[in-house]
Design a binder for this molecule. Structure first.
Ligand code: GLN
Length: 198
């Protein structure tokens, strides 16, 4: 089979953990900071971290515009936590000058689970991932407040207030989760993304 290279946006956040997960799955993985590093990728992971910082650094490294163009052109992308925020078309509780890369027709609320439960772990069922629930590690996590009609909702959690909250979505070549699969040993979420690659 043809070797595929998957990039990991390496501006800030859980870059090494995603590179390690890809390597464990036998995929060539490459950190991406510069526009030239986008060339030839089969897909890209946008790691969790701090979305305001990722936004600023993407502009400082001049990688923002080519990355946005690549996403618009169909480059498969998987965003985790802050990475999901970066894929969202609309944000709630963003900084005033905060921009996203966009592409996912969703409204994402930052730090949505509130300060009381800023970080927690929960087993979550994800549509399309078999073999039982995925252990979700949520760290100052966002949720998807509203999803457009073309967006598949893959997973919800029910926090203490009882309202189901969307924590995984897919729209064609774009996939995002609120949690951090790269900090667990479970590779199924990364495998799901690899299954999206051409
Ligand atoms: N709260 C962070 C943000 O808004 C995301 C947290 C994370 O990626 N773990 O960017």
């Amino acid at each position: 089979m043809r070797r595929r290279t998957v990039g990991v946006l390496a501006l800030q956040g859980d870059v090494l953990e995603h590179l390690a997960a890809l390597e464990r799955l036998g995929v060539d993985a490459r950190p991406v900071r510069r526009p030239t590093e986008l060339v030839g990728l089969a897909g890209i992971i946008l790691p969790g971290g701090e979305s305001t910082t990722i936004d600023k650094l993407s502009r400082a490294f001049d990688v923002r515009e080519p990355l946005v163009a690549a996403l618009r052109g169909g480059l498969p992308a998987f965003g985790s936590c802050a990475g999901l925020i970066m894929l969202a078309d609309r944000l709630i509780d963003a900084h005033s000058d905060q921009q996203t890369f966009g592409g996912l027709d969703v409204t994402v609320r930052r730090n949505a689970f509130g300060s009381q439960v800023a970080s927690f772990e929960a087993d979550v069922d994800v549509a399309g991932i078999s073999g039982g629930p995925v252990h979700g590690v949520f760290i100052r996590a966002p949720w998807v407040e509203q999803a457009g009609s073309g967006v598949e909702v893959l997973s919800v959690v029910r926090p203490d207030d009882g309202h189901p909250r969307i924590v995984a979505v897919r729209q064609q070549h774009l996939f995002g989760v609120s949690f951090h699969p790269e900090v667990t040993r479970d590779l199924r979420v990364h495998e799901y993304f690899l299954g999206m690659l051409g």
